[in-house]
Design a protein around this ligand. Structure first.
Ligand code: SF4
Ligand code: SF4
Length: 428
């Protein structure tokens, strides 16, 4: 940067920055501050840093980037803030201007994934099919010991790919019983590839509750990972494509069973606020988006359920509790299942350390938070953890294997499906 040049971040319209009164009430809710005790790793500290960068008082150095990217974007600070600071927006805007951290090679790989893989469902499917082949052919076992330590650790965290990817048998599936709603379902991200059975369960539960379920053909990944990592150009393209695909379906709601995706889709209106063609459509779209648990709790469950005798604890996915302010509805649904006993864990809304690709980019902090989380799970003495978000599910499964306790990790829709009897052939 030449002397006198203003950094790009100086041109930001960050009205959110000025809302912070620096009271510090968010500090103890912030996992990175709790772990390090350092002000620059707190929401208030990061807001100071972004303000200083916007004023041109500090450079956008690698150190600055590290502080901004050590944040998990869990948004626990937003829940704690009395001034209503929308910290997630500040961090995402800052990231958009500073670009990703890491070596040029790591940056190039991430950029490729964000712009050449995630926006293309067929490429994404191919990548996961290759991953499945790698795991199931025995190549993984053969190669893992030969990998450098960092890659070996990442390989160990890879979850086993599902035998089958989820593919709905038709693009329109009728309600079972009297129709109560017409909904479209998100099926463009990793859920159908890694958690196909959860998508299948969600469809069965929706249909048994009187929902006609539509799968808009042109939908793609929601772009949440892009937004969180400063890849906003691709994120906006993905949002526009989804808006066109879903609005065309003319539904009562757009149902999403992944908390991170739901939060991102509820914020398309913000993402596209300056887009003359899409701003209005984005508002309509975002108003239709509902988390699956939120939607079903509001609709009211119907139909007979059989007991699922299990003691469970509930992990609030950050993007559900803090991002979407949804805490009551999933618990309400769990308690509606006969036989399920819910035991609350301490800090259920504290991040498990998954946070998109954070567990790969920041393994030390991620594992520290996971270990703490598993201690909280252990203290509940339950059989299972319920977490309606794929990232949390993967992280908690890894946590149970690595740190214990020996609990099973479920999506909320898994348990509802079980209660409704998932062996009912008519519903499959
Ligand atoms: S973000 Fe909110 S809670 Fe944190 S220091 Fe600023 S005003 Fe206070
Ligand atoms: S989003 Fe989470 S990690 Fe980031 S500053 Fe807020 S509380 Fe801390």
């Amino acid at each position: 940067m030449e002397p006198g040049d203003k950094p790009a971040i100086a041109s930001l319209d960050l009205a959110e920055l000025h809302q912070c009164v620096h009271c510090g009430l968010c500090l103890n809710q912030c996992p990175t501050y709790r772990a390090t005790g350092l002000e620059p790793e707190s929401p208030r500290g990061r807001i100071h840093l972004v303000q200083a960068a916007a004023d041109g008082r500090i450079e956008l150095s690698e150190r600055f980037k590290e502080h901004i990217y050590l944040c998990l974007l869990c948004r626990a600070c937003e829940s704690a803030c009395p001034s209503g600071v929308q910290y997630g927006r500040i961090a995402e805007t800052a990231r958009e201007h500073i670009g990703p951290p890491g070596s040029p090679m790591a940056q190039a790989i991430l950029h490729f994934v964000f712009t050449q893989l995630l926006p293309f469902p067929n490429r994404l499917k191919l990548a996961f099919a290759l991953l499945r082949l790698y795991q199931r052919s025995g190549l993984q076992k053969l190669l893992r010991p030969l990998l450098p330590q960092k890659l070996r650790d990442m390989d160990a965290m890879l979850p086993a790919m599902a035998k089958k990817f989820f593919q709905p048998e038709a693009n329109v599936l009728p309600a079972i019983g009297p129709r109560r709603a017409r909904v479209a379902m998100l099926n463009g991200c990793v859920m159908p590839l890694m958690f196909g059975e959860v998508n299948a369960a969600t469809v069965r539960v929706l249909r048994l509750n009187g929902c006609e379920v539509i799968f808009p053909m042109r939908q793609i990944c929601c772009g949440a990972l892009n937004t969180h990592n400063g890849e906003n150009v691709a994120a906006k393209q993905m949002a526009r494509r989804n808006i066109d695909a879903f609005l065309e379906a003319e539904v009562d709601a757009i149902v999403v069973n992944a908390a991170g995706c739901g939060a991102a889709m509820k914020e398309y209106d913000y993402l596209l606020r300056d887009d003359a063609e899409y701003a209005e459509k984005a508002k309509r779209f975002s108003n239709l988006v509902k988390d699956a648990g939120e939607f079903l709790a509001d609709l009211g469950l119907v139909g007979a359920m059989t007991p699922v005798n299990m003691t469970v604890t509930y992990q609030d996915p950050c993007h559900l509790a803090h991002g979407q302010k949804i805490r009551r509805q999933p618990r309400q649904l769990l308690q509606a299942i006969p036989g399920v006993k819910l035991v609350e864990m301490e800090g259920s809304d504290r991040c498990c350390g998954s946070a998109g690709i954070y567990n790969i980019t920041h393994p030390v902090m991620s594992q520290h938070l996971l270990k703490e989380k598993m201690q909280s799970v252990s203290a509940t003495h339950t059989d299972a953890v319920v977490a309606p978000n794929p990232g949390c599910m993967l992280q908690l499964r890894y946590g149970a294997q690595t740190y214990g306790p020996n609990v099973t990790v479920y999506h909320l829709m898994d348990l509802l499906d079980r209660a409704y009897g998932d062996d009912d052939a008519e519903t499959k």
